[in-house]
Design a binder for this molecule. Sequence first.
Ligand code: AMP
Length: 612
Amino acid sequence: MIFDRFAEGLEALEKTSGRIDLAKGLSNLLLDLSPDETAKALYMVQGQLMPSFAGEPMGMAGSLLLRAIGRALETLKSPLSEADLKERLAATGDPGLLAESLLPSGERPPVSLAEVYDRLLAISRLSGAGSQEDKILHLSRLLADVSPLSARFVGRFVMGRLRLGVGDATILDALVQTEVPASDDGTARKAERKKVREELEGAYNLCSDLGRVGAVLREEGRAGIRKISPMVGYPVRMALCERLGSGEEIVEKIGRAAVESKYDGFRCQIHVDGKVSRLFSRNLEETTAMFPEIARAAVEIFAGRSAIFEGEALGYDAENDSYHPFQVTITRKRKHNVLEKSSEIPLKCLVFDILYLDGVSLMERPFSERRKILEGLFPVRVRGIADRELPPEGVFGASRLIVTEDPHEVDLFFDEVVEEGFEGVIAKRLDGVYAAGSRNFNWIKLKRSYKSALSDTVDLALIGYYRGKGLRTKLGIGAVLGAVYDPGTGEFQSVARIGSGLSEEGWRDLRAILEELRTEGPPAGVVSGLVPDFWVRPTVVVSVLADELTRSPTHRAGRREGEEEGFALRFPRMVSGPRGDKRAEDATTADELRRLYEIQRQRLSGKGGEGG
Ligand code: AMP
């Protein structure tokens, strides 16, 4: 496809708001692409050049783009001074629109989508001395070679400001429609579309690469999608926990279960093949360079075999033969002086699952079988309730676990673990598969805070903010609007307006981040009963504590069809600034919120009984 046509497609998407229409528009665009173009186009509509785990960020500074526009104008013989350009940018506020308005239209030899993609990739990979100038030069040529409309999108893309509101869920829906088109009323072949959606999502969960999923679908159809299996180097989207409030509830739900310590460190998904190992974080960023001792130990343990396994990394406190608290462990999350820090605070990794071994996926095997394999590979230091947890002697050890169907034993283990300073426990269904990318009752967490009223935190995606009043006027921000995520609909649903919890500096920093994310009107997929002074694209996640969860006619969170009320938080306060480890889609879900409400209700009625 010619890039100028692709840009027209992007413009159409930009004018579309609802998720259903976005998916339809995107699927029409995809139908005109070859498999190879499909991958490239899918990365690009997400503002990326590669799947996000491959880390190929474009994010060029605005000043470089401005100089590239200036250079392009010079070659096209209509130069403008730098001051003039800056003034015009200040007037439009959007470097993409600026490029579009200045670059002349007219006949040019067509440039393909694939070529633009390849040139952008080459630009992003320029590094070292003099690379800034080279980037400007190559970008200026690219801008001059495409239509003004294309220049708008190239400009926004290189600055990381392509805001089409197309998330993972919309892309999956669009891909479904390339196979089974939706009728206008959405009813025809609904079951078939649902099936295709499940297959695509399953494949995505295994490779975390929508470009690859799209290309395979276009090239080999659904048969190809079904053949996608875990591969070393492609992170598997991680399994997540549900939560319950007591040992009794856990045993009632899943019966005899494995119950493990819940460690508070960094989740590591470790991929090893021969002499190479790679680590991925919970949000699928590569962390190999940050935790070299883990990467090295993995290669040693597997000695030429291949595997994908998961564990939690904790800072080791040699003096007390114990672990450091999270505040100390987190200091290992750094890009510089890694070696120095790793000798000061070495890491231990408590392995809790294995997904793949020697070319065979273990994900469909029951937990108990995976655990047996895991224990054959990693040493078990302590078992049982009364023992103190002892860190492994090497880097790796199997997580501590008991197997029980006695609710009291779960609670006892919980108390024991909490007393040792761990977060709580995670119970695992013995016959549960590794449920990639999903949160279900195969894993259930029980944390200390649930034991008293609603005092656990929720993680909210911010969807808007309010101008400050009174003492906060000077900060330019007084409150934020937070939302939970509904993976079923892809919606961000408002749940609280939060005006406390941060220091003055914290608010200032938050405003600076949110300002960059501002959108005209509510972003696609956001539903809210409140209208903030400024809407923002859901990107930032904060942890929030509240006194109570209540039903509310104002907020939309967790509201089901036919219900008048959603859920809201009473007296919410932020207990963290932006969380670098969570994406907006990792926010607390609408379903989790409903369950928290249920836990709270049971607790409150239990208390009432005692009083009466
Ligand atoms: P949360 O982030 O509160 O939903 O808890 C889930 C996280 O607990 C996982 O993402 C892991 O990083 C961490 N975790 C700690 N210990 C374990 C364990 N034994 N099994 C599974 N996950 C664990």
